[in-house]
Design a binder for this molecule. Structure first.
Ligand code: BGC
Length: 716
């Protein structure tokens, strides 16, 4: 391949090479017809393949041939804690991208969730780098099985939307190495991602798409990356820096393609000998490599497909395992089908579709089963299902039109959401809707409230102001619980919301992410007991956003710079170390059955633990239903000399067990799992000494413990 790349390179004129390294359409570059080099075609990502736009306008083509499978969001995928489902999601995305004639799918999003308020959290996986990497790697591999490149985004430290174009996170090297970079490193090293997208924000004084630190030192030198770096749309600001900083393709949101920094301006700089043409050659080599890998230039390229029955089944499989049962007192759930004659469903999200919102992640879904539709169709007409909205979102102004992206980079690219105060009329309507719903709720044995957020809140280019449920839902939930204390509370959202005012009163709380076109069916199955819930939270649900470290130090969303002073204390690393009360902890989720963690065994390798150890855990289903448990392994240093979080996730395994059945779950540990990043030595160090190995059902529910002693290895 490398020889062929050099041969092609020799044939190309500067003009042709320049055409290949910048957008010549909103989602494609220029090809070189005389040499059989096609344009590179891209599409968003990550919940399916986005609709077709006109080449030079953010105007949807309006055809009916670009409906697709709407897949569960990345937060939903992470919530399954199931690597095989992540692979399945990737496979569908890859096949659909190929089926739609794309070469690159702009997915997955793997930024670390530093704050619950980041508007794009629904596109990201977790607050934890290990979980993110474990889900991202198979997802990327799944995509690329279809001869389509995954474009992992947004590299790096892109953890907020406010001022997203100009904000500079000030992050310690340790936090970079331990928290913000590892998932990207795994994505390219193990996932083998053929492309990666540079982020909008700055890092170490430079925009990420022009950052020699990120794109050269880390990506290419340390991680040995030979793939293609694509800019986020409009993330380039300087010709020389972009040309020399390690970026390969510049994309943007405007139609002045020839004026892009890496178009005519670059040609001019080369002509004037300010930039060496060899810079362009490097980029073209990386692009050609991607083209060979995706079989765009030779070999038999796989054909894809979209909207197949098996894709819809996959969307359902992922959705099923992403639903998280947060509370279930007195066995309130599942609903007992027997004797169920009448059911009241309350809440706008029961009947709302979400696929067409969120920003660039919007999907033109072939269909989307709402929770109400899922419940009705699964109850099959023999149960009277009544629906009442209870609240409505109309008083909030709706998102902009379909071509919002054209102006999306104005005003720094993002803000904090400004709430429209509900006027008197709106408040009166809310009150009426609430009273009407509560009045009805008293007359039903079974009431399900389905509310939460929507893509007016979980949205690109905008962070939330706080974690409060909008549209007066707290009051509504309180009224419903008063009228009918058995009311089941279901929330659909892409990021956590405050629940403290009513969580203690509710008997059952269920969490559903934006779970794709089959999300409503998956949720209904869980509520009716046809699926035993097995989702686990991939992020902590704090009580309030001010409990989150980024917020309590006053560094979110910040100004032009944001000081990530919390360092590595992100998510549970902070809450658990500081013993902060949380609403629901990281890794948490209930099942309709129960599991007993019976025993832990530690087998150290003969040469000593520096080379590895095996941990075996014996787990039994002690309940009445078949169910899946996610066994989590955390490592906790007993007396570290460095400042370290109380524990960190280093392993997890999801296992299905029949009632009474017992399973052995195995984990391998290596030296790197004990390490932290030493800023003075500029490398990871695994200190010798004692470590506790904790086996838990969440970060706050450690069931078994054992100790391991890491011995110094001679000569180290
Ligand atoms: C987003 C990217 C997306 C790109 C293309 C940008 O606004 O940040 O995630 O892939 O647009 O739509």
């Amino acid at each position: 391949m490398e020889e062929k790349i050099l041969e092609i390179l020799k044939e190309l004129t500067l003009e042709e090479k320049i055409g290949m390294i910048h957008g010549d359409g909103l989602f494609q570059t220029k090809g070189v017809e005389r040499l059989g080099i096609p344009p590179l075609k891209m599409s968003d990502g990550p919940m399916g393949v986005r609709c077709e736009f006109e080449n030079d306008k953010w105007v949807p083509s309006g055809n009916t041939d670009d409906y697709v499978t709407y897949l569960p969001s990345n937060s939903a995928v992470a919530s399954t804690w199931n690597r095989e489902l992540a692979r399945l999601e990737g496979r569908v995305l890859g096949e659909e991208a190929r089926g739609r004639g794309k070469d690159v799918i702009l997915a997955p999003g793997i930024n670390i969730k530093r704050s619950p308020l980041c508007g794009r959290n629904f596109e990201y996986m977790s607050e934890d780098p290990f979980l993110t990497a474990e889900e991202a790697v198979p997802l990327i591999q799944g995509i690329q099985e279809s001869d389509v490149a995954s474009c992992v985004k947004h590299f790096a430290v892109n953890s907020q939307e406010t001022e997203r174009l100009w904000v500079e996170p000030l992050v310690s090297d340790r936090a970079l190495q331990e928290i913000y970079l590892p998932a990207f490193e795994h994505a390219v090293r193990e996932g083998g991602a053929w492309s990666i997208m540079g982020a909008y924000n700055l890092l170490k004084g430079e925009h990420c798409c022009q950052s020699p630190f990120l794109l050269k030192d880390m990506l290419r030198e340390q991680w040995g990356y030979d793939g293609c770096v694509i800019s986020d749309w409009g993330a380039v600001h300087d010709t020389k820096k972009a040309a020399e900083g390690g970026l390969d393709i510049e994309m943007s949101v405007t139609d002045n393609f020839d004026e892009y920094f890496m178009a005519e301006p670059l040609k001019k700089e080369i002509a004037e000998k300010h930039i060496d043409e060899s810079m362009v050659d490097e980029k073209v080599k990386n692009i050609l490599r991607l083209m060979f890998r995706t079989k765009m230039l030779e070999g038999e390229r796989k054909s894809g497909a979209y909207n197949t029955p098996s894709h819809r089944k996959a969307a359902l499989d992922v959705a099923r395992e992403s639903v998280v049962l947060l509370k279930n007192e007195d066995g309130r759930l599942p609903l007992k089908r027997e004797g169920l004659k009448k059911l009241l469903v309350v809440g706008e999200n029961a009947a709302h579709t979400h696929s067409d919102g969120g920003g660039s992640a919007e999907i033109k879904a072939l269909y989307e089963i709402t929770p109400l539709m899922g419940l009705k169709s699964q109850l099959g007409g023999n149960v009277q299902v009544d629906y009442i909205r209870g609240y409505d979102s109309c008083i909030e102004e709706k998102g902009e039109g379909p071509n919002w992206q054209e102006t999306s980079l104005e005003h720094g690219g993002g803000t904090v959401r400004q709430e429209a105060e509900a006027g008197e009329e709106a408040q009166e309507r809310r009150r009426r809707l609430r009273l009407e719903a509560a009045g009805l709720a008293a007359h039903y044995d079974d009431v399900i409230f389905i509310g939460g957020l929507n893509h007016d809140y979980d949205l690109e280019g905008q962070d939330r102001k706080d974690m409060k449920l909008p549209y007066g839902q707290d009051e509504l939930i309180e009224s419903l619980l008063e009228a009918n204390p058995a009311t089941v509370i279901v929330l659909t959202a892409g990021s956590p919301v405050e629940m403290h005012s009513w969580a203690d009163k509710a008997k059952a709380i269920v969490w559903s992410w934006y779970a794709g076109m089959e999300g409503g069916n998956a949720l209904a199955e869980v509520l009716l007991g046809d699926t035993n819930p097995s989702g686990r939270l991939p992020e902590t649900f704090p009580v309030r956003h001010m409990d989150c470290p980024a917020h309590c130090i006053g560094e979110f969303p910040g100004g032009k710079t944001v000081d990530y002073r919390e360092g590595v204390y992100v998510g549970y690393r902070y809450y658990d170390t500081e013993n902060i009360k949380v609403q629901f902890p990281f890794g948490y989720g209930l099942s309709y059955t129960t599991f007993e963690y019976e025993k832990i065994e530690l087998l150290e390798d003969a040469e000593g633990v520096m080379s590895g150890a095996e941990v075996r855990v014996y787990l039994r289903n002690t309940g009445k239903y078949k169910g899946k448990e996610t066994v989590q392994l955390y490592i906790s240093p007993c007396s570290p000399s460095a400042d370290r979080p109380v524990h960190e996730l280093k392993g997890f395994e999801k296992t299905e067990l029949a009632p009474g059945e017992c399973a052995e779950v195995r984990f391998r540990l290596a030296e790197k799992d004990f390490a932290y990043y030493d800023e003075n030595k500029q490398k990871f160090i695994a200190e010798s000494g004692r470590y506790e190995i904790q086996i838990g059902a969440s970060s706050r529910d450690i069931r078994l413990r054992t100790e391991i002693c890491l011995k110094p290895v001679l000569g180290k």
